[in-house]
Design a protein around this ligand. Structure first.
Ligand code: TRH
Length: 377
């Protein structure tokens, strides 16, 4: 019999919670043969990513996943064999009672936030709290051996390679989005939180000798783009040109399409957790806008990732990349650091490909979760 999995997703803000759990749920079904219920407390956020969702319906099948609305008033529900609380969300108390009442105790895991910090390796897989005999475990995604790895669908890098080699397929994809870049233009995607440093980056792109086509999916950075352009409003489909820079606003697309967008671009600015990982799979240089946390602890996470990611780069290329990322996330000079990075473009591009290959040789997160379960029973 198929193992039954329950994944609980509480949407705090943005799209990371639902983005990660939706991806994981589909992968467990498609590649691991699991029966998965995905409990989501905000179907509107989900709808953005999966337009087929009917937000009025409390139970529906989407791509083989049993999608359930997680209501405040919890219905009596039998616990699954494996229970995942995504990003430390609190399970409904009645569900915890149902877990404790099971004849065969379920495996209960907390799927944690992604971090490249050293301590993650030591904490991955450790027992956490207990509820009436049901033990919870920490499961940490990560970049290093000894962590839970990264979400990566089977054959993803091969699909990417095929797409990146196929100019016609790329052109067709971009044209369907209404994107017609000038020949030889540098393609950049921009998915970020509000960021006051954007203006200085756009200044330098506009003044560059090479054309840039900047693709901006609808979202929080749009206000800064609009201010820089000096226009009253910006909406999907708008295209504006300032010297060498063309700015185009794109709709928020499905995750598979967003992957393709990243694969088309020479450089991707991403944010949060899931888009950050997808940009790494694109095998192209990237810029991470990390999710801000109290007391600036996100900056430690940023440094830890940079330390790991830049291993093998020449000192000058490393400095250029680190300076750019720090400028974007703290208060640095984007213009100067972007110019510095351009001087090392071939090296950072080759490095991004190598990094994706190295990470792609590790066990993916869904497989690691299943292995954890198999070892546990
Ligand atoms: O939306 P985010 O900022 O989510 C964040 C982070 O996950 C952060 O770690 C978390 O603590 C915070 O929310 C609460 O960034 P993220 O993780 O990249 O999620 C965006 C998702 O949206 C990702 O799955 C990719 C997807 N996406 C699309 O499907 N289509 C699009 O057009 C775009 C731009 C993104």
């Amino acid at each position: 019999m198929k193992a039954r999995w329950d994944i609980f997703c509480s949407v705090v803000d943005n799209y990371g919670d639902i983005g990660v759990t939706w991806r994981l749920a589909r992968q467990l079904v498609a590649e691991q043969g699991c029966a998965v219920r995905l409990w989501v407390d905000d179907l509107r956020a989900f709808e953005r990513m999966c337009p087929d969702i009917d937000v009025q319906v409390h139970q529906q099948w989407q791509e083989g996943v049993d999608v359930r609305y997680w209501p405040g008033d919890w219905p009596a529900t039998e616990a699954a064999d494996v229970v995942i609380a995504a990003f430390a969300c609190q399970l409904p108390p009645d569900y915890m009672e149902a877990m404790a009442a099971c004849e065969r105790t379920p495996l209960w895991m907390n799927l944690d936030y992604l971090s490249a910090e050293d301590w993650v390796v030591g904490c991955h897989g450790l027992p956490s709290v207990k509820f009436k005999g049901v033990q919870k475990y920490f499961f940490f995604p990560g970049f290093r051996p000894g962590t839970g790895g990264l979400l990566r669908e089977a054959g993803l890098l091969e699909q990417r390679d095929t797409f990146q080699r196929d100019a016609a397929a790329r052109q067709q994809f971009l044209q369907a989005l209404g994107v017609f870049p000038a020949a030889g233009a540098r393609m950049i995607s921009l998915f970020a939180y509000e960021n006051a440093r954007l203006a200085s980056w756009l200044d330098v792109l506009a003044a560059d000798g090479r054309a840039t086509h900047l693709l901006v999916p609808e979202g929080r950075i749009l206000g800064d783009v609009q201010r820089w352009l000096g226009v009253d409003s910006l909406s999907v489909g708008d295209v504006q040109q300032r010297d060498a820079l063309t700015v185009q606003v794109l709709p928020f697309v499905r995750q598979e399409q967003y992957d393709r967008l990243l694969w088309c671009c020479d450089f991707n600015a991403v944010r949060g957790e899931d888009s950050f990982v997808r940009a790494q799979w694109a095998g192209r240089p990237l810029l991470w806008h990390i999710y801000r946390q109290d007391e600036d602890i996100h900056l430690d996470k940023l440094d830890a990732f940079l330390e790991l990611y830049t291993e093998g780069l020449s000192p000058a290329a490393k400095t250029a990349l680190v300076t750019l990322w720090q400028a974007w996330n703290a208060d640095g000079d984007m213009a100067q650091s972007w110019k510095m990075l351009l001087e090392h473009w071939p090296e950072v591009t080759a490095h991004a490909e190598k990094w994706a290959l190295e990470q792609g040789s590790r066990t993916d997160l869904a497989t690691a979760l299943v292995q954890f379960y198999v070892n546990w029973i």
